[in-house]
Design a protein around this ligand. Structure first.
Ligand code: KIV
Ligand code: ZN
Length: 531
């Protein structure tokens, strides 16, 4: 039988502790609304005693997001009256409020941080819980640095605070020191004693990622009886971050027969949440990050693409659609093998090529892929059309490439008053020029100029620039996402000139839209019928 695991999201508290990631009230509210869509069980909305701004944000979230009994709203307090009051006065507006307090249990915390005896600290914790219970029925007690605490003292603390009324006990691996086997054993022993003491009290874990084991430790805890997990979106948080919500949730979903546990998370909202948190906090997601990284579902090697085309489960354990992404798309690069290129050509209706024809086209593909890094469908059209031209077979093909745009030249001027841009773009035999003078920045000017020529109503959803090599010859990579008639298109381009890469990425996106809108015609009348 599958157990329900509670998901406590601390993106807005532990996650917000990342330097530079502070959000304003409206941004916090937006993230909290998205966490509600994701269906987390508890949102930790902040640390209200830290500032008036944080207090107000927690209060707004309690009022506007906690207006239902499907979700609990909490915030963090130290085990002192003023902090507990601040939490109570901000979360009390929620339908289901919770007070969360933290106090260390390791010798390092008790003796070095507080300079007190273990008994003194234990008494402070008990008194704090008793006080919190006069305010709200639900109180969580976190035994900070639990994984480095002496076991019997840790247990006496838990026993005492449960007797004082704590309804959730959180066991943090505050410094990411634990290893899965040891942490699992700790949770097993604590859970055994806790459930004998009071079976209604939830046992929770909060793992940090200093040794890269936050997710593994969290899962080991679940395997050993933990009822609740504390996580953040994209694994952000203090230092190396916290257990990533998406990793824990997808591990439980994908390996359900092993863990025999499930969450209430709507996994289809994972990517939306990840993107929102990343863009509002200005924290890029590592490209190879499990589940939410750009490459998490991208298959690039020829061997893998070939295997996937034969049977998806050869290299895919999670369908991208499960986390809210579009279905699998094989990115064509110089490493793609013949099978992937043939498959892409087939989808464009070039599906009756002879072996010799395909080999010549594949050789052209490799030359272009080396130069361009990623090859798009419109590039494949151009390659095939050039092949037809070379072999005097022009009449046998529709000339779709005359619908595609090509950047010929550009000039962009950045200044504080009127950033401006001029572009020269080719479409078939026609050459267009345009200039924009009023814009909010050089990229806005550039895209406005391109838009004046390209008469397609597209909306830019995301624009990301990153460096892919170092030194004077460093390449800048631009990745963007646009929307056209409700469909989303991702395009990239790489160049030593990031402005040029920005223009090329935009034109790649436009050409992808054009290809998609040519498809119905192609499906009716295959281009390569005569081959
Ligand atoms: O890492 C930690 O110990 C914490 C507690 C407040 C739970 O963040
Ligand atoms: Zn933490």
């Amino acid at each position: 039988m599958s157990r329900k695991i509670w998901v406590f999201d601390t993106t807005l508290r532990d996650g917000e502790q990342v330097p530079g990631a502070k959000l304003n009230l409206y941004e916090k509210l937006e993230v909290a609304h998205q966490l509600k869509k994701l269906q987390v069980d508890i949102i930790e909305a902040g640390f209200p005693a830290s500032s008036a701004g944080d207090f107000n944000a927690v209060k707004e979230i309690a009022m506007k997001v906690g207006d239902t009994d499907n979700i609990m709203i909490t915030a963090l307090a130290r085990a002192v009256k003023a902090d507990i009051d601040a939490v109570y006065n901000s979360v009390k507006y929620a339908e289901k409020p919770l007070i969360h307090m933290v106090l260390g249990t390791s010798d390092i915390h008790v003796e070095k941080k507080f300079g007190k005896s273990k008994n003194q600290i234990l008494d402070i914790g008990v008194e704090a819980v008793k006080y919190a219970k006069t305010l709200l029925p639900e109180v969580q007690y976190s035994t900070e640095d639990a994984s480095r605490s002496e076991f019997e003292y840790l247990w006496s603390t838990i026993e005492a605070v449960v007797k004082a009324g704590a309804t959730m006990i959180n066991v943090p691996d505050t410094v990411g020191y634990a290893v899965p086997e040891e942490f699992g054993e700790l949770i097993f022993k604590l859970n055994d004693r806790l459930k004998n003491l009071n079976e209604k009290v939830l046992l929770s874990v909060h793992c940090h990622n200093d040794l890269g084991m936050a997710t593994a430790n969290t899962l080991a805890a679940i395997k050993n009886g933990a009822d609740k997990v504390e996580c953040t979106v994209n694994g952000i948080g203090e230092r190396a971050g916290n257990a990533a919500l998406e990793e824990v949730v997808m591990a439980l979903n994908t390996r359900s027969s092993f863990y025999k546990a499930n969450t209430n998370i709507n996994s289809k909202e994972i990517m939306n949440t990840s993107k929102l948190v990343s863009s509002l906090m200005g924290l890029d997601v590592q490209v190879n990050k499990a589940i939410t990284g750009d490459n998490a579902f991208a298959h690039s090697s020829g061997i893998h693409q070939d295997g996937l085309l034969k049977s998806r489960d050869a290299y895919e354990i999670i369908s991208p659609t499960e986390v809210g992404l579009d279905d699998m798309e094989l990115v064509l690069t110089a490493r793609s093998g013949r099978h992937a290129v043939k498959n892409a050509l087939g989808k464009l209706a070039f599906n009756q090529l002879t072996d010799d024809q395909f080999e010549e086209i594949f050789a052209d593909f490799l030359v272009l892929a080396d130069a361009k890094k990623e090859v798009y469908n419109h590039d494949l059209y151009i390659i095939v059309e050039k092949y037809f031209e070379r072999h005097d077979m022009n009449e046998e093909i529709h000339h779709h490439s005359e619908n595609f745009y090509e950047l010929l030249d550009l000039q962009v001027i950045s200044n504080t008053i009127f950033p401006s841009a001029s572009v020269k773009i080719k479409k078939g035999d026609q050459i267009f020029k345009s200039s924009t003078t009023v814009a909010s920045g050089p990229i806005d000017a550039l895209y406005s100029s391109i838009k004046e020529i390209i008469d397609i109503d597209i909306k830019l959803l995301e624009y990301k620039i990153s460096s892919v090599s170092r030194g004077k010859e460093a390449l800048g990579k631009v990745k963007l996402q646009v929307e056209y008639k409700g469909e989303k298109y991702i395009a990239k381009a790489t160049d030593t000139d990031v402005i040029k890469a920005s223009a090329l990425a935009y034109i790649n996106a436009v050409n992808s839209i054009i290809v998609d809108n040519l498809m119905p015609e192609i499906n009716k009348e295959p281009i390569a019928q005569s081959l």
